[in-house]
Design a protein around this ligand. Structure first.
Ligand SMILES: NC(=O)c1ccc[n+]([C@@H]2O[C@H](COP(=O)([O-])OP(=O)(O)OC[C@H]3O[C@@H](n4cnc5c(N)ncnc54)[C@H](OP(=O)(O)O)[C@@H]3O)[C@@H](O)[C@H]2O)c1
Length: 246
């Protein structure tokens, strides 16, 4: 059976995506910080879908041990490895960040530096195999800087640009790189921000992401209508945009 590694599989979109892959008969390496939760998710999915699901610990904020954690995941998957999906992310608290530089650092480290390091390790592995896919969850927040979340947005914008370059680098190796840009997805990340008509369930997001991977898409907005919304948002002249409360 093909195997996929999901980093950030214990919660939210990553957890829903693990279930989506399991329902399509993929074996899973479920990676993240919360080992207890990963063990439960793995037991549930392997029982429900008759797949192998192995929980392994990885923290993208601990860059000194990230290489060994990633290598453990890649080795555990072995020859059957088909892809790596990075679902880890941290919205952070913009108000705390105004007073505390360590929150600024954390937002940038999780969403950019740690994410890129994990992706670089995966990229080297897939480049040698000369096949497979790498998928990472960026955000619509990276499409334009807004006062309410520009630290998170700038890290995701950087991640989007990184993925663009990685896609270009790996194209000739036959490795496909997919950038996912979710809008609002109903996970604990947006808890308390209200559920509007634009908010998607994690399951809907997971279905869209799985389909994007299977169809070898490059950049996908989740759900699709965020492509149009962000097209409009990007078109607003800067002289107008800077006056808006967004
Ligand atoms: N929900 C949205 O509306 C939305 C919109 C745009 C983009 N996204 C992106 O989609 C991805 C998934 O987010 P989500 O909505 O599913 O949020 P979530 O429920 O908060 O899940 C975030 C995941 O990232 C993991 N994570 C955080 N810091 C980590 C670290 N240092 N090392 C390893 N894993 C870490 C979390 O693990 P812990 O449980 O250990 O913290 C959790 O598994 C993120 O990249 C997010 O930025 C989400």
């Amino acid at each position: 059976m093909p195997t996929v590694i999901i980093l950030g599989a214990n919660a939210g979109i990553g957890r829903a995506l693990a279930a989506e892959f399991a329902s399509h008969h993929y074996d899973l390496i479920l990676s993240g910080r919360d080992r207890e939760e990963l063990v439960m998710v793995a037991a549930d999915l392997s029982l429900r879908h008759k797949v192998s699901a192995r929980p392994l610990t990885a923290d993208i904020g601990k860059t000194e041990v990230l290489q060994s954690a990633m290598e453990e995941c890649l080795n555990a998957a072995g020859e059957a490895l088909e892809g790596f999906v990075l679902c880890a992310g941290y919205l952070g608290n913009p108000e705390t960040a105004k007073k505390d530089l360590s929150e600024v650092r954390r937002i940038l480290e999780i969403n950019f530096t740690g994410s890129v390091l994990a992706l670089e390790i995966a990229a080297k592995h897939f480049e040698q195999k000369r096949r497979g896919f790498i998928c990472a969850l960026s955000s619509v927040a990276g499409d334009r800087g807004r006062q309410s979340n520009y630290l998170y947005g700038s890290a995701k914008g950087g991640l989007t640009t990184y993925l663009q370059g990685l896609r270009n680098r790996l194209y000739r190796s036959g490795v496909h790189v997919i950038t996912i840009k979710p809008g609002f997805v109903d996970t604990r990340m947006v808890f308390g921000k209200g559920k509007g008509p634009l908010t998607a369930s994690p399951e809907r997001a997971a279905t869209d992401i799985f389909r994007a991977i299977k169809k070898h898409k490059d950049v996908v907005y989740v759900p699709w209508f965020w492509r149009i919304i962000m097209l409009v948002v990007r078109k607003i002249p800067e002289s107008v945009f800077k006056r808006l409360r967004m």
